[in-house]
Design a protein around this ligand. Structure first.
Ligand SMILES: Nc1ncnc2c1ncn2[C@@H]1O[C@H](COP(=O)(O)OP(=O)(O)O)[C@@H](O)[C@H]1O
Ligand SMILES: [Mg+2]
Length: 350
């Protein structure tokens, strides 16, 4: 990795190298946030004013590349680099380095959207409902009562993402964050066999983390940033998103703090999804609305923060026996259609 001489030393005191490196434009690449994880990452040490020591601190805090720094907020960096001014300068240097612009043309947005990929759910009707499957650079929420199959779908996706593209996958790994201790590797084995994967390999391609509380859950996702590119992760599952938050911040008096933390967490998930071009899926509980007499007496937990954070919201409900009904709600792009699927030994089926 080529290193610029001026970034090798003398920044423990936190002084930034002055910005006389304008003609160093050769280092600027025309990345334009196309966000695909296949791009060569630019080392944080390449950022103007970041030397060895700061680079190390950045990496420890989960900022693995110039791209991570470029998209960070000043608050994110404050704890790492000490002062607000310095955080701002480093972020701006990183933005210059990766060629991040405030304005792009709609054509660039259009081109950018073409990097979006889909992971098949393994259920044709469900894929059709979703417009091709679970989308990368987006967050998909699975909401529904206990036992509707949210966790089953999470297992299935952790397998499906591993398939080659012509079979509906992305040849990637899954990161599975389990907050309720309901992950079952045995289910992965059954599903993988049915999908023609070597079960042992399928298990090895799922990185598992048990989250013991909401802080832990957030730390895990922070840590995840460090391994997404190197491990080839294309899907992050959070099952469930809100359970810990609801348990730890009960009642009205804690609502503001809980929502603030949830908001921060979801914001981070969105940023990861977008930057690394991966899919994020989380599950959510339903809560009763005792004051509703007409229409649906249930609503997803997490309020507006979750409602606005999720790109796609999929509501699952029970039908006869092992049959389930899925419906997309709150979507500006999808018609109010429903899809049927079954839960079987082999996983989710049409
Ligand atoms: N091996 C299996 N074969 C068939 N159905 C299964 C199997 N394992 C779990 N299920 C079904 O999945 C449902 C539970 O789904 P789950 O994903 O745990 O619900 P949720 O996460 O929404 O609470 C149950 O109806 C159960 O019968
Ligand atoms: Mg579950």
């Amino acid at each position: 990795m080529p290193r610029r001489k001026d970034s090798l030393e003398g920044e423990e005191e936190g002084e930034l190298q002055d910005e006389t490196t304008g003609e160093d434009g050769s280092a600027v690449v025309e990345e334009q946030s196309s966000g695909s994880s296949t791009e060569e990452a630019i080392d944080v040490e390449e950022i103007d004013g970041v030397g060895k020591v700061t680079a190390q601190k950045l990496r420890e805090a989960g900022f693995m590349s110039a791209r991570d720094v470029a998209y960070a907020s000043i608050r994110d960096l404050l704890g790492v680099v000490g002062s607000e001014d310095r955080a701002k300068q480093i972020i701006q240097s990183a933005q210059r380095l990766i060629g991040l612009k405030s304005f792009v043309t709609a054509f660039e947005v259009y081109e950018n959207r073409r990097s979006v990929k889909y992971i098949s759910t393994g259920v044709k009707a469900l894929d059709e409902l979703l417009g091709g499957g679970i989308e990368t650079r987006a967050i998909t929420e699975l909401v529904g009562e206990f036992g509707v199959g949210k966790t089953q779908l999470c297992h299935q996706l952790a397998v499906m993402v591993q398939l080659p593209e012509d079979k509906g996958g992305l040849r990637g790994k899954a990161l599975y964050v389990d907050t309720e201790n309901t992950f079952r590797p045995e289910r992965v084995v059954q599903i993988a066999k049915y999908r023609g994967l070597d079960p042992q390999e399928a298990l090895r391609n799922i990185l598992y983390a048990r989250a013991y509380n909401s802080d832990h859950q957030m730390i895990i996702v922070d840590e995840a940033k460090k391994i997404i590119d190197s491990e080839g992760i294309r899907l992050i599952v959070i099952d469930s998103l809100v359970a810990h938050f609801r348990a730890e911040y009960p009642g009205r008096e804690n609502l503001a703090e809980r929502q603030q933390k949830l908001n921060h967490f979801i914001g981070q998930l969105l940023r990861i999804a977008d930057l690394y071009n991966i899919a994020v899926v989380f599950t959510n509980q339903v809560i009763a609305q005792p004051d509703v007499f007409f229409g649906n007496p249930q609503k997803p937990a997490g309020g507006n923060v979750v409602a606005h954070g999720a790109t796609y919201r999929l509501w699952l409900r029970k039908s006869k026996e092992n049959t389930r009904i899925a419906k997309i709600f709150d979507s500006p792009m999808h018609p109010e259609k429903e899809a049927l699927f079954r839960i079987a030994e082999e996983g989710l089926l049409d």
